[in-house]
Design a protein around this ligand. Structure first.
Ligand code: MG
Length: 275
């Protein structure tokens, strides 16, 4: 079962399945690690993109079509947050849940620029931010406001650094293809700096492993970066890669969402707890 643009992988340990998005076909797929079969989990899926698990193990995912972050506990998606200061979000792209349960997500415009990955619509708040949502208080804070098109995001293993990719090179000649790092203190981000530029292609989604290394997508596979941004490894893939996640019974399988296909490779590491 091929995809037109696979994205948003998450490992579901309870059912030993890898769930991911086929955004242009507006469906969500699942690969069953036990049977090796792939099935459609949901059609007409609101142009779902990135997803992760919350502290209770429920799926939290981004919807381009509904311009929202949602939770899906199996009974269908429920809105978590869809507006900031009274204005609609652009099209949440990728999401991570911090150790305190707060939901952090990126909000570039890819779901409102065309009808291929969402629905054409004007942006409402005039930026593309990274947000932190506290479900207990209902408070949504813009925590990163200096990026053009923030896309993938993940924390360092100790939660003290947030990594965010910028994929604005896809639409802007002078756009970025880099990953930035921010120091996180008290739910706020500071000291933003460029960690690495990724070529060919650009860094869409990525995950952090238990030793703090960043496994990032690129135009020809996966790059592994040390916490200082230097390249320490690579996984060659014969097409552009959008994202990765760790899974399997021991957490050491790396699942890779390529444009058309899902890949898996054994590794000697595993995900950071909230990476
Ligand atoms: Mg993405």
């Amino acid at each position: 079962m091929g995809t037109r643009w696979g994205e948003g992988p998450v490992w579901l340990p309870a059912v030993r399945r890898l769930r991911w998005s086929d955004i242009p076909n507006d469906r969500i797929l699942e690969y069953d690690a036990g049977t090796g079969r792939t099935t459609a989990y949901r059609e007409d899926a609101g142009f779902a993109n990135g997803r992760t698990l919350d502290l209770d193990g429920a799926v939290v995912e981004c919807s381009h079509g509904r311009r929202a972050v949602e939770r899906d506990d199996g009974a269908g998606p429920v809105t978590v947050v869809d507006s900031w200061q009274g204005r609609r979000l652009n099209s949440p792209n990728d999401v991570v849940v911090a150790a305190d349960g707060a939901i952090w997500f990126t909000d570039p415009p890819y779901g409102i620029l065309s009808d291929k990955q969402g629905h054409v619509a004007p942006p409402e708040y005039g930026g593309c931010h990274v947000f932190r949502f506290d479900e207990h208080t209902g408070r949504l804070d813009a925590v990163v406001t200096d990026m053009i098109h923030p896309n993938g995001l993940a924390f360092s293993p100790d939660g003290r650094v947030l990594y965010v990719s910028d994929t604005s090179v896809l639409h802007l000649p002078d756009g970025h293809r880099h990953i930035r790092a921010y120091d996180v203190v008290g739910g706020r981000c500071g000291n933003g700096r460029v960690l690495a530029e990724i070529r060919p292609g650009c860094p869409d989604g990525f995950r952090v492993d238990e030793r703090g290394r960043i496994w990032t997508s690129s135009g020809d596979g996966v790059r592994v970066l040390a916490p200082d941004g230097s390249v320490v490894g690579a996984v060659a893939v014969a097409e552009a890669v959008s994202n990765v996640c760790f899974g399997g019974d021991d957490g050491r399988d790396l699942y890779i969402t390529g444009a058309t296909s899902l890949y898996r490779i054994r590794t000697a590491t595993r995900a950071a707890a909230r990476g």
